[in-house]
Design a protein around this ligand. Structure first.
Ligand code: G3I
Length: 373
């Protein structure tokens, strides 16, 4: 038998054996308990934003969600423009796609979002411009249909999203604050926030009612101010005995900005001290303007950033964490030109990479939510 024979065969076998081992390891790596399972075993809830179309048409995405998430949130299908594109004409098709997919896997879905200044159909903007009476009518009509229709499967809604203004120095500074100048504020004044929460509570006494916002995570002068504005709004709502159960902190983190674990933990503790649950609702990471060379170094940097943030959040009392997507390929950070990178690279701000493989961000989340904190 020539020496060559075993070698190529050996190489082929070796190659085949190595490849098989690598594939088996990759498969095992992907089939070990997902973040949702690990989190649940340690008193946490992990979930992710999804899109109905991807769940139905993309097996890789659907498999990743089924493996990793224990809670779903529709990325756009539960927003005003999706649910009521024309006045009085509702379209629950896309949302039902997520609700049905989740129900088939015993995965709950949280609602996002009833009142927001984006994802508004044109007819709604026109109606709000008609003044307070019409504005209240359209808000109530929306809640009258959406909340009973989803009652059996959505038990937690972002009732109002992004009500607090962005201070000077933040990404998109708005007026002097504390309330963001939106068509809802213009139509109804500050009373639109209490109205939305009261209408929701009247329609469903057991629904968890959440106020969701962003820009309160980091150690910047603008975030300091926005945290104070959010606290002032919440204290005002509680003084008016407005029914509100939770605060959602979106956590679209930006590594370009400083972060103080102590400051954020103290902020979460203050919210918890007000009797409010605190959720991290849309976690993802925008890398700094200059990134390290290569995916490995970049992914480690993102993981370290997420580790510091999540440790601070959990220390403050957060028990529910959702990422805004799961796979880098399908992130708004890649798809939205407003936040996509300008250097031709793609943000790597989610737990799974382009192909759905677990990254260091996944591992650090598994450590923190999986009880090895
Ligand atoms: O409307 C079409 C729909 O008809 C079509 O069937 C569907 C097919 O995928 O696409 C829909 O288009 C877009 C949708 O994303 C899905 O890609 C909408 O035009 C577009 O406006 C929508 O953008 C979403 C955006 O909110 C506005 O609603 C993004 O996906 C979503 O990531 C983003 O999420 C927001 C949170 O709600 C609030 N916090 C910030 C976060 C990022 O901006």
């Amino acid at each position: 038998m020539s020496l060559a024979a075993p070698a190529p065969t050996g190489r082929r076998l070796l190659g085949g054996a190595v490849l098989a081992a690598l594939l088996a390891r990759a498969a095992a790596a992907q089939t070990s308990p997902g973040l949702g399972t690990l989190a649940r075993q340690h008193g946490f809830i992990f979930g992710a934003a999804v899109q109905a179309e991807w769940l139905q048409t993309n097996p890789l995405f659907a498999a990743a969600v089924a493996r990793e998430a224990a809670l779903l949130v529709p990325e756009w299908e539960a927003k005003f423009e999706a649910l009521q594109p024309q006045e009085g004409r509702f379209n629950f098709g896309p949302l039902d796609g997520i609700l049905n997919w989740g129900q088939a896997r015993s995965l709950p879905v949280r609602g996002h979002t009833l009142v927001w200044h984006i994802a508004m159909p044109p007819w709604l903007r026109a109606a709000l411009a008609d003044g307070p009476a019409r504005a209240r009518t359209v808000m109530q009509a929306h809640f009258d249909t959406v909340l009973p229709r989803t009652r059996a499967r959505i038990r937690d809604w972002d009732v109002v999203n992004e009500a607090v203004a962005n201070p000077l120095g933040s990404d998109n500074p708005s007026a002097s604050g504390p309330l963001r100048p939106t068509p809802w504020l213009a139509a109804l004044g500050p009373a639109y926030v209490p109205l939305a929460f009261r209408l929701a509570r009247e329609r469903d006494p057991t629904l968890r009612l959440t106020l969701n916002d962003y820009g309160v995570e980091e150690d910047t002068p603008a975030a300091d101010i926005k945290r104070q504005w959010l606290l002032a709004l919440l204290r005002s709502l509680q003084d008016q005995r407005v029914p509100i159960d939770a605060v959602g902190i979106q956590a679209h983190l930006q590594m370009q900005n400083p972060f103080s674990a102590d400051k954020f933990t103290a902020f979460v503790r203050t919210l918890r001290g007000m009797g409010l649950a605190v959720l991290i609702t849309e976690l993802d990471v925008r890398e700094p303007n200059r990134v390290a060379d290569g995916f490995a170094a970049r992914d480690e940097a993102v993981a370290a950033w997420v580790g510091r943030f999540l440790t601070a959040a959990v220390e403050g009392g957060v028990r529910t964490v959702l990422t805004w997507g799961l796979m880098d390929r399908y992130s708004w950070l890649v798809m939205d030109p407003g936040v996509a990178r300008r250097d031709g690279l793609h943000h790597r701000g989610l737990p799974l990479d382009w192909e759905g493989n677990r990254k260091p961000m996944w591992r650090v989340m598994a450590r923190i939510l999986g009880g090895q904190g």
